[in-house]
Ligand binder design. Structure first.
Ligand SMILES: Cc1cc2nc3c(=O)[nH]c(=O)nc-3n(C[C@H](O)[C@H](O)[C@H](O)COP(=O)(O)OP(=O)(O)OC[C@H]3O[C@@H](n4cnc5c(N)ncnc54)[C@H](O)[C@@H]3O)c2cc1C
Length: 156
């Protein structure tokens, strides 16, 4: 069994004119020892220029999931952005996306368990595994596993 944790993204949209100057860099990670709710933040328009108009700034924040109402989450994220990154602008919109049981957590012994699982699955014709539970949680890993599964299926 591979345990999963739940996560949440909170996108805050600002008018660029409300910033004294545009944020530098792609974003930031928040070390655990800071004891913040924010885990990471991406300045979306800096990372992917085509996603945000020039006169807007979008901060996409990552957090561990919580059952708090959207209003409370938006207020907390806005306050932390101000404390951490000095953002005093008021967000013009907020979008919250909840991703329950989405982040696979590999515990000690994972590699061996997956080896055993693959050996068993290998004995069942037509069944192939791909996904973040097995050998890598990033999207490139999932694509690699998907391609490999497709190749095995094509090879019969
Ligand atoms: C908020 C967040 C941000 C992330 N950011 C990045 C990033 O920047 N870069 C990166 O590389 N990775 C990132 N990841 C990790 C990466 O997105 C995931 O690990 C990857 O998408 C998982 O792919 P998957 O195919 O295993 O699962 P999923 O993409 O979750 O697909 C599983 C599919 O199975 C469906 N499903 C579930 N149960 C059933 C059922 N019983 N019957 C039928 N269908 C079912 C679901 O609806 C879903 O469509 C992020 C993950 C999260 C949650």
């Amino acid at each position: 069994m591979v345990p999963y944790t739940s996560s949440m993204t909170v996108a805050l949209g600002f008018n660029a004119a409300d910033f004294a100057r545009r944020p530098e860099g792609f974003g930031f990670l928040v070390p655990k020892k800071e004891r913040r709710r924010l885990v990471a933040c991406t300045w979306v328009g800096t990372k992917f220029s085509y996603r945000v108009p020039e006169d807007k700034i979008v901060a996409r924040c990552f957090l561990t999931a919580s059952d708090e109402p959207d209003d409370a989450i938006a207020a907390m994220v806005t306050a932390e952005l101000q404390e951490i990154a000095g953002v005093t602008a008021r967000p013009r919109f907020t979008r919250i996306a909840r991703w329950p049981r989405s982040m696979a957590q590999y515990s000690v012994g994972h590699a061996q368990r997956i080896e055993e699982l693959e050996a068993r699955v290998g004995g069942i014709p037509g069944l192939h595994l791909a996904g973040n539970a097995y050998s890598g949680i990033g999207i490139p890993d999932c694509i690699r596993m998907g391609r490999l599964a497709a190749q095995k299926i094509l090879a019969g």
